[in-house]
Design a protein around this ligand. Structure first.
Ligand SMILES: *Cc1c(COP(=O)(O)O)cnc(C)c1O
Length: 385
């Protein structure tokens, strides 16, 4: 089976991990701060906090922004469930903003309408979590100007988008947000096996997130309430977690980030080739917008609406039959049984629901060779013949 995504690991990555295994520190050593500094420098952000997953990063990002009981967080329904779950972890509620049908990103017009209504009845959200779907940045200028107008914080869920650019700045610069989070799961652009990171230009937010990743404990003498103890002394100031990234993961990430630009180039070559070869096949790729550069985490196409032999289910099954590991991104989060149990229902997010009906993700990963991509294209041509 040709997977829809997978890691790209070379001998340098293996050597980097082996070196850590032979070193003094498997956790809480020098590699995590080095990896944080490398990602922050690449993205042009001032602070970076590495954690054990993007899900953890979303959780501590929400907490650092003060999300709690009585608050609401809005995100996109076309995302992985973690983008919504993080609000519930904090005791807040979640709601969704419908998508733009041709990019899968949060729709600015839908957001504007929803904000106007929420302002009137006093239900404005505390934070907005836009998701850079498939690696293409959202309309951040518009989203941040609306958030500014209503006093709402922004967390960019950039799990798909390390290496992407918006108006000539890397995603992660936080030029239009309070915090940006990345995922380093193996299907994403670079990997640490499991891992994530939260970036920000706000020192106070970075400080809060660092404490939350580590039980809420502070050790820096200047911050201690009781400065009279000794060198062993630490204090717990908030209720945090153990969300630490290990040295093994950080060493792998540091080795991977050296190859990030190469990975992105390779993904673009493959995406362009799909665009060219699939143009005649009734498949519509996501619209590429001006002013931005996708990281192409996913290559998502829409099938014709209407069903029959070219329905999504029929095409999905025919391709899986031919060992092409297509996938669907995403089942709208509000339609998950858990979210239905909170009161969401079919019809709440019409654009997302329609998008889901016809979307299919074709295999795309940086280690994918031209021959492998040609196999995928040949399989599609035979299904559509
Ligand atoms: C993968 C992903 C996450 C979760 O990432 P983990 O590192 O697996 O926790 C969150 N949001 C989106 C959009 C993702 O694709």
């Amino acid at each position: 089976m040709i997977p829809y995504g997978r890691q790209s690991i070379d001998e340098d990555d293996i050597a980097a991990v082996e070196q850590v295994l032979r070193s003094d520190f498997l956790t809480q050593g020098p590699m995590v701060p080095k990896f944080e500094a490398a990602v922050a420098a690449f993205c042009g952000a001032e602070h970076a906090v590495a954690v054990n997953s993007a899900t953890s990063a979303l959780h501590i990002a929400c907490l650092a922004l003060g999300v709690g009981p009585g608050d609401c967080v809005w995100t996109s329904p076309i995302t992985f469930v973690a983008s919504a779950n993080c609000a519930l972890y904090c005791g807040a509620t979640v709601d969704f903003v419908d998508i733009e049908p041709d990019t899968g990103n949060m729709c600015v017009d839908a957001l504007k309408v929803k904000l106007e209504a929420a302002a009137l009845n006093g239900t404005l959200p505390k934070a907005l979590i836009p998701v850079h779907f498939a690696g293409q940045p959202c309309d951040m200028v518009e989203l941040s100007s609306l958030a500014g107008k209503y006093g709402i914080k922004i967390i960019e869920d950039a799990s798909h988008a390390i290496g992407a650019q918006y108006k000539a700045q890397h995603i992660g610069s936080c030029a239009y947000s309070d915090i940006t989070i990345f995922s380093f799961h193996p299907v994403k652009i670079i990997t640490t096996a499991e891992g994530g990171m939260a970036l920000t230009n706000d020192a106070a937010l970075a400080h809060k997130m660092s404490a939350l990743r580590q039980h809420g404990i502070v050790k820096d003498c200047a911050e201690l309430q009781d400065k009279s103890q000794g060198p062993w002394y630490y204090e717990q100031h908030s209720l945090g977690f153990n969300y630490r990234m290990t040295e093994i993961q950080a060493a792998l990430g540091l080795s991977q980030i050296n190859k990030l630009n190469h990975f992105i180039d390779r993904r673009h070559v493959l995406a362009d080739h799909y665009d060219d070869r699939l143009a005649g096949l009734l498949l519509t790729p996501l619209r590429r917008k001006a002013d931005r550069f996708s990281s192409f985490h996913l290559y998502v196409v829409s099938l014709p609406e209407g069903g029959g032999p070219l329905s999504r289910k029929a095409v999905f099954e025919a391709l899986r039959e031919k060992a092409i590991g297509v996938q669907v991104h995403y089942i709208p989060v509000h339609l998950q049984p858990f979210y239905r149990s909170l009161g969401f229902k079919a019809g709440d997010m019409p654009c997302a629901e329609r998008f889901y009906e016809t979307a299919i993700s074709l295999p795309l990963f940086s280690a994918m060779g031209q021959d492998t991509q040609n196999e995928v294209i040949a399989a599609l041509e035979s299904v559509f013949a």
